[in-house]
Write a protein that binds this ligand. Structure first.
Ligand code: G6P
Length: 612
């Protein structure tokens, strides 16, 4: 996730920028850069390395700067190289800017700017378009040029811009990406995150979507889209540095759970038309014949990504009619799989660096099978070695237990299923329409699901669960992978021995372990097997098992008043695994907190498993 810091004031500008960037390092980055403004020109320094490396590069620059901007980049468009690092400059190098977010219409803007207005581009980034666009509109008023450029742009941005012709002035804009102004005495700051400015000030102004700011060392002016001055309250930060990094949440895991509506929206953004539900995956280039001849798909992954694959099997088979086999990568690589060229391998990996997933990828490639990667990290080994890549754009995930990356993997798989279905047989079925409409509504539903009342309800249940050392998760059909993921989450962070079972399998063994009070979390969101799951639940209850149901509002009349049920918002049935997974994440989270375990860094586990 990219980080932004900007400063104008009496201190050594480069030192404040480096200090701010160091405070943003926890968010992860692959390259960094600053632009320093003297009285006549802008000097840009960038590196595909660390902030410490950048600091070394700045040592010999004389310090008589009036303002400066600094950025840590987490690659999205274009590889993590020096050229692609921010700040980006206009042709004449008298405008420099840093940007968080994605410019969705960058291709058409770039075409126009280069072919009709003669601008020369240097990088592969979407961001560079902004520098040229602002240059195009610049007539000695940076704010006006930024406003005009913003009006042309589609997408998300937190933007800080300098002009060599307006020394000591920073202009900022925000749309769907956070930007905070820090207020000081004879100095002012701007940053994407509170930790970057907390050492200097606790007085801030939170910029909202569609707002602009002009900042000098003695003045901060705020504007709306029409260019009228607006006034906003000063927000006093009461957090310490540690909680500021977590956005005020107690743990990164909770922060990441709460970020899921945004993470899923980012995965869908630009790929799903939010009005028509149409899916376009420009990054993929399967030809019609290839897809028509596709006999089978292997999904290969580890851990949580494997569970996303299990959901993927259901949806790909249902929508695209292609048989899918899902394998744990560490098993697949040693089992002599029967593979041929008319098959496709999909590898799923948040980090893109998991050793077994990478080995499985190399194995299928060596047999001539094409590989499509679903990953969150641009430039990762998996993304480099796969034939095609579908990025999840979930943003950096810090907690070891994966949450938002998992949901965005699911979102990518839904998109892929619609894409395959469309290419193979058209989308003339109700299921596809229902799914597309459901996806459009999904970010909003996730937001609704994460409301405070629901969090409290789940927390209350966890008070009871936390007293046990064992628990079961059960479900059938699409609910079964969710049960598996729920059990994994609970065991990895609360250390409760949690097992997932296909509900129909209970009587083949685990029922022997059910006695008075044993917690069983049952997931039932699929109408056609609701009665079957409910019979299994009865078997558990008859033996004293304590059942917590995760089900949907539409099924409410199947349950008696007073039964422990969590009702999910109704969505397309095929999409319910996204919603029910959130409840199981919260169950794991609150139970771990109540038990006092190390939520973000569970014992013996690592975020990225780069050894076999
Ligand atoms: C580790 C992490 C899990 C993750 C798994 C696969 O076990 O703790 O959260 O699901 O690796 O990682 P990947 O980066 O390949 O998705």
């Amino acid at each position: 996730m990219c980080g932004i810091i900007g400063y104008t004031g009496y201190r050594e500008v480069s030192a404040v920028l480096i200090d701010g960037l160091k405070k943003l390092e926890y968010r992860g980055y692959d390259s960094a850069g600053v632009a320093l403004q003297g009285s006549e020109k802008l000097v840009v320094t960038k590196t595909a390395g660390s902030v410490d490396g950048l600091k070394e590069m700045l040592i010999n620059l004389a310090d008589s700067h009036l303002a400066g901007i600094g950025h840590t980049r987490w690659a999205t468009h274009g590889r993590p190289t020096e050229v692609n690092a921010h700040p980006h400059s206009s042709c004449c190098e008298d405008i420099a800017l840093i940007h968080n977010g994605i410019i969705e219409n960058h291709s058409s803007l770039k075409k126009w700017l280069s072919e009709e207005a003669g601008h020369v581009f240097r990088s592969d980034t979407d961001t560079e378009v902004l520098a040229h666009l602002i240059e195009e509109y610049y007539e000695n008023d940076l704010l006006l040029a930024v406003r005009k450029a913003a009006a042309k742009v589609k997408g998300s941005y937190a933007l800080v811009v300098l002009s060599a012709k307006e020394p000591g002035r920073m202009v900022c804009a925000r749309q769907d990406s956070p930007l905070i102004i820090g207020l000081g005495e004879r100095e002012n700051f701007v940053a994407s995150d509170i930790p970057a400015l907390l050492a200097y000030t606790k007085d801030t102004i939170i910029l909202e979507d569609g707002e602009f700011a002009s900042i000098t060392k003695n003045d901060v002016q705020l504007y709306n889209q029409e260019g009228n001055i607006i006034h906003k309250d000063v927000f006093k930060i009461t957090w310490d540095v540690e909680s500021a990094e977590k956005g005020g949440y107690e743990h990164f895991m909770l922060k990441e759970i709460m970020e899921q509506p945004v993470a899923v929206r980012e995965t869908l953004r630009q790929r799903l038309d939010m009005e028509t539900g149409e899916v376009t995956l420009d990054e993929l280039d399967f030809n019609q014949e290839e897809l028509a001849n596709l006999e089978k798909i292997y999904i290969l992954a580890c851990g949580t990504a494997y569970h996303a694959g299990l959901v993927g099997k259901f949806i790909l088979e249902k929508l695209a009619g292609i048989p899918v086999e899902v394998d744990v990568a560490s098993e697949f690589r040693y089992r002599d799989p029967i593979i041929n060229k008319n098959q496709l391998a999909i590898v799923i990996s948040q980090s893109g660096e998991t050793a077994d997933t990478l080995a499985a990828l190399r194995l299928v490639k060596s047999k001539g099978v094409k590989v499509l990667a679903i990953t969150n990290v641009v430039g990762s080994s998996v993304s480099r070695e796969a034939d095609q890549v579908l990025y999840t754009w979930a943003g950096l995930e810090i907690a070891v237990a994966s949450t938002k990356a998992y949901l965005s993997q699911l979102a990518a798989l839904y998109l892929l299923s619609l894409y395959f279905a469309d290419k193979r047989s058209g989308l003339a079925n109700n299921l596809a329409h229902e799914l597309a409409a459901g996806l459009v509504a999904l970010p909003g539903q996730l937001k609704l699901l994460l409301n405070d009342d629901n969090l409290q309800e789940i927390k209350r249940y966890c008070e009871k669960l936390a007293k046990w050392d064992r628990a079961f998760f059960v479900g059938r059909n699409l609910d079964f992978p969710v049960a598996m993921e729920g059990a994994l989450k609970l065991k990895e962070i609360s250390y409760i021995h949690a097992e997932a079972y296909a509900a129909g399998e209970l009587k083949h063994g685990p029922l022997a372990l059910i006695e008075e009070g044993v917690p069983v979390i049952a997931i039932a969101t699929q109408k056609h097997i609701l009665e079957k799951t409910l019979s299994n639940v009865q078997e558990v209850k008859a033996r004293g098992g304590d059942v917590f149901m995760i089900t949907k509002k539409a099924f409410a009349e199947s349950f008696k008043k007073g039964e422990a049920c969590f009702y999910l918002p109704d969505s397309a049935e095929i999409l319910m695994p996204v919603l029910s997974a959130v409840v199981t994440q919260l169950i794991a989270y609150y139970t771990a907190v109540i038990r006092g375990s190390s939520v973000d860094k569970p014992r013996n586990l690592a975020k990225s498993v780069t050894v076999e």
